[in-house]
Every structure is written in C-alpha cells, then in structure tokens.
Write a protein that binds this ligand. Structure first.
Ligand code: BG6
Length: 496
C-alpha cells in the first residue's frame, strides 16, 4: 500500500541512526515503489547546513549501509527530496523558524500537511524536542492532516523516567500519534510468532501450563561493547535489552489471543501479559537473577579486551554485560510455568531464540530407556542467525531393539521465501506512514516492562560489585547462570 503524501522530518539527520538505518530503509522503500507520490524528507540539524552537504553525507551513508545495490536513479530521486532545516531545542525561536519553513516547503511539495517527526536522536533529546514541537503547534492535527511522532528505545531508564517521558509526550500529543519503535518487531520471525500460535490448530491448544514445562528466551551476542562504552556503562545488559527486545518476544509468546488483529486488541493483550509478570521483592530478585561482566578473551580468533578497559567505561564499573532472570506470569495460562531469560555481550555464539519446552510424556511403555536419556521436546523459534522454527522429538533408532534418540524437524525461511535483504526498518517506517501502529509499543506496555525489571535494577544497584560474576569473552557467560535452572531440575537448551 502506498502511503498518503507526507513529509518525513528526521531530527538527528547527521547522526548514525539516520545514516545507517533510516535513509537505507527509505531507499529500499523507494526501490519497491512504496514511498508516497508527493513526499519530502526534511533533515533537521542543530547547526545550519546546505541541502547539498546533507545530501552528500546521506549518500555516503547509503553507499556504506545499503542492503542492496544502490541504483543511481532511485538514490537521486530520494535525495532530491531532502531539505535541511536547522533547529535546536536549546534555542526555541529556531523551532518557530522551522515551522514557517516547513509550511512553505509542504505547500510547494503538496504534501497536504501530513507529517511524521522521526526522533533519530539520543534519548535525552526526546522530551526537549517534543516540547518545542508541541509549543509551536507542529503536532496539532488540523484540517484533516495527520501528525505523528516516532521515537526509538530507550524509552526511559527505569520506571520513574519512563512514566515521566510518557507523561511529557502525552501532554503534547495523543497516544495514537506516538510510534515507539522496537526494532525487534520489524523482524519477520518475531512477527511470525502470532501466526505460529494462532493460525495453527496443532499448537494453539497446547500453548499453556498443562503442556508447557517452561520457556527460555535467549539473546546472546558476540558483539562486545566496542565504541558504545559511554552509553553502555550507564545502561547495562538488563536496561538495554530486557524491557524492550526480550519482553517483545515474551509478550508475543505469552499473550492471550486478541479478539481482532488490530492495533488496539493486540497491544492491549501484550500490555496485559507484561502487567501479569509477578512482582518480585528485592531479595527474590537477587535469587532469581544472575549478572556478569566480561573479562578479556577471544571471539572468532580476535582478542577482546576486558569490559572495564573499554573506552568511556569507568575503571571499577559494576555494570552488567550479561543478565539472566527467572520470571513468572501470574495468570491462568501460565501459572507455574517459569520464563527464563538471558542476554549478554561478548559471548562465543550469536543466538536469538525462544525455546518452548514441553512436558515429558508419561513414559510407561519404554521402561528400559531411562527418562533422562530422552531428548527434550522443544519447539524453537529461531530469530538469529538461523531464521526458522525447529521441533525436537524422540524417534526409534532403526534396528531390532527399541532404542530412542532425539531428532529435529526444521523449517528455515530461506528454503521457502526469497526475501529482499532489508534493514529491518522498512516495515516499521512504512507502517508509521500508513498509520498502522500494531507493531509499536504503547505507553502502558513500556511502563509494565520497566515495572517488571525495576526490582532487579534496585537490588543490583544496592549489591554493587557483590554478585557481579566475571566471565571470559567468547564463553557462554557466567557458569552460575546454569544454577538458575538446575535448582529447578531444568537446564538451558544447549546452543551451537
Ligand atoms: C539494540 C541494543 O537495541 O539491540 C544493542 O542497544 C544490541 O546493544 C542490539 O546489540 C541487538 O539487536 P539485534 O537485532 O542484533 O539482535
């Protein structure tokens, strides 16, 4: 579907996000003829810059980060739409000037006043920019034109700041005008979770505590903290990944079926299941979590330095680069079914997956085969590096006696579908332009996510260096993370 005419206003136009993801995604949309017929891109910079200089810089970014060969004609068509306007929230008058210029530009480009403000800026700029957009009336929807505000995670750094940010935004604009992006929802495999659950008669009836023993959500990365020391050291693995990406996976796996496949119903169910995550006291949070920090090691034959020697990381930092949690969901479907989550940096394997572990069969018939030798029944939703779904089950090994072994049935996307290489932002950006906010986070689910992790944040802050476990870069993370499951008679699914 082609979006209506609009202007696409990018704050932070000279920044990394605009160059690496936003413009390459717009390019891919242009190449697939999915941009509006009447369209303009407005790059907002703090300091004035010529249109040519901004276009050159974005073109360089495109050459570097495009996910498909760049055709000159398409790139030219897109970049000709780019206009640079200077505006700095520290200088309110610049927003009045911006408004005037935007009105003039839109009159020439005949975009009908529809506007999307994309805040590709550091998070501390979200509120000041939005305030200025509100003050100058640029977010007001009059005369049938729409106005939308797109922001990227992190939405706050804890429950209090997330609430404050939501309150600021909602004082200026309506919830339905806000598009909070979590790039995990741009992933096909993540969107597919709902289809897997609700379009398949064989999975839907067993998706509950009667049949599922527990759920494991793993987002392991080989990447170390690299150049992001400044950001990461004040953030850590829990804040960076859990309330956003891991909770997106959790909510899609655990939510109740929505009554309709529309933004209101889907987002309401997602928010409900996050709100049902059991509140833990600080001492329970300590028992139900493991946190670690990487030390020097090797990943794929490359030396990785100690986290604490990373540029912009404080020397004695107690920021975790690995987090594992055990959570429970207090509702009928999931009573007694633990959800184990883990994520870390500088690990030996890159792996993003959800593993659903089914309960063991009663096993009366095969008494000569000890139960512990049976393979576990897992349904594995692979997000990265393999995109697909695998089902593990037991089979008789051919031969005269009954011997049982585990086998795997695999579906891989690439065997069935030829997808154009994408940045993962195309669907999200296109949805913002057509006004479909099903894949975006609502204020209540953002707050429910922070609420669920707040006890861990508080307990870890108090504990400081106590309980922060070192692990070698290139390993599987702190071995103590195993105890979180072994004490429940379970184990993490072996990766690799
Ligand atoms: C980002 C985090 O939101 O997600 C990064 O800030 C992390 O630290 C990244 O590396 C992971 O995304 P993906 O798509 O590679 O799993």
């Amino acid at each position: 579907k082609k979006p209506e005419p609009c202007s696409f206003v990018i704050f932070g136009a000279t920044g990394d996000l605009a160059h690496r993801l936003v413009i390459p995604a717009l390019y891919n949309l242009a190449a697939s003829d999915l941009l509006p017929d009447r369209f303009c891109v407005v790059g907002i910079t703090r300091k004035a810059m010529s249109n040519e200089a901004l276009r050159d810089s974005l073109m360089n970014g495109l050459r570097q980060f495009a996910t498909r060969p760049v055709e000159d004609a398409t790139a030219k068509r897109l970049l000709e739409c780019v206009t640079c306007i200077a505006a700095d929230p520290g200088e309110p008058a610049s927003f009045d000037r911006m408004r005037k210029k935007l009105d003039e530009l839109e009159a020439t480009r005949q975009t009908g006043g529809n506007r999307l403000f994309y805040l590709a800026t550091p998070p501390d700029a979200f509120a000041p920019i939005s305030r200025q957009l509100g003050r100058t009336g640029m977010l007001r929807q009059d005369g049938g034109a729409w106005r939308r505000l797109v922001i990227e995670k992190p939405f706050g750094t804890d429950l209090a700041s997330a609430k404050a940010l939501n309150a600021e935004l909602l004082a200026i604009t309506d919830e339905h005008q806000i598009y909070r992006i979590d790039h995990y929802l741009g992933k096909e495999t993540v969107q597919n979770i709902l289809v897997l659950r609700f379009a398949n008669g064989m999975f839907e009836p067993i998706w509950n505590r009667n049949h599922i023993d527990h759920v494991q959500i793993t987002v392991d990365e080989k990447l170390d903290v690299g150049h992001r020391g400044g950001f990461y050291d004040s953030t850590g693995a829990l804040r960076d990944m859990v309330p956003s990406h891991l909770f997106q996976l959790l909510s899609l796996v655990a939510m109740e079926p929505p009554i309709r496949f529309d933004a209101h119903s889907v987002r309401a169910e997602k928010a409900d299941v996050l709100a049902a995550i059991q509140a833990q006291s600080e001492s329970e949070a300590l028992q139900n979590s493991v946190r670690g920090q990487y030390r020097a090691g090797r990943i794929d034959n490359t030396e990785v330095g100690d986290y604490r020697s990373t540029r912009d990381v404080r020397p004695g930092s107690t920021t975790e680069t690995y987090a594992a949690l055990k959570l429970s969901i207090d509702n009928w479907r999931w009573a007694g079914v633990p959800f184990y989550l883990r994520t870390g940096k500088a690990l030996g394997l890159k792996r993003t997956e959800v593993a659903i572990k089914f309960k063991q069969a009663p096993f009366a018939m095969f008494r000569c085969t000890p139960v512990e030798t049976l393979a576990q029944n897992y349904l594995v939703i692979g997000v990265a590096p393999t995109e697909g779904i695998a089902l593990q089950f037991n089979t008789k090994v051919p031969g005269p006696s009954i011997r049982i072994d585990g086998v795997e049935m695999k579906f891989r996307y690439k065997d069935y579908f030829q997808a154009e290489p994408s940045t993962g932002y195309e669907t999200l950006i296109h949805d913002c332009m057509i006004g479909d906010n099903i894949l975006f986070q609502r204020a209540d689910s953002v707050e429910a996510g922070w609420k669920a992790v707040q006890p861990f944040l508080d307990a870890w802050k108090k504990a400081g260096a106590d309980g922060l476990l070192p692990y070698q870069a290139g390993s599987e993370g702190p071995t103590e993370a195993n105890a979180l499951l072994t004490r429940d008679g379970r184990s993490w699914r072996k990766l690799g």
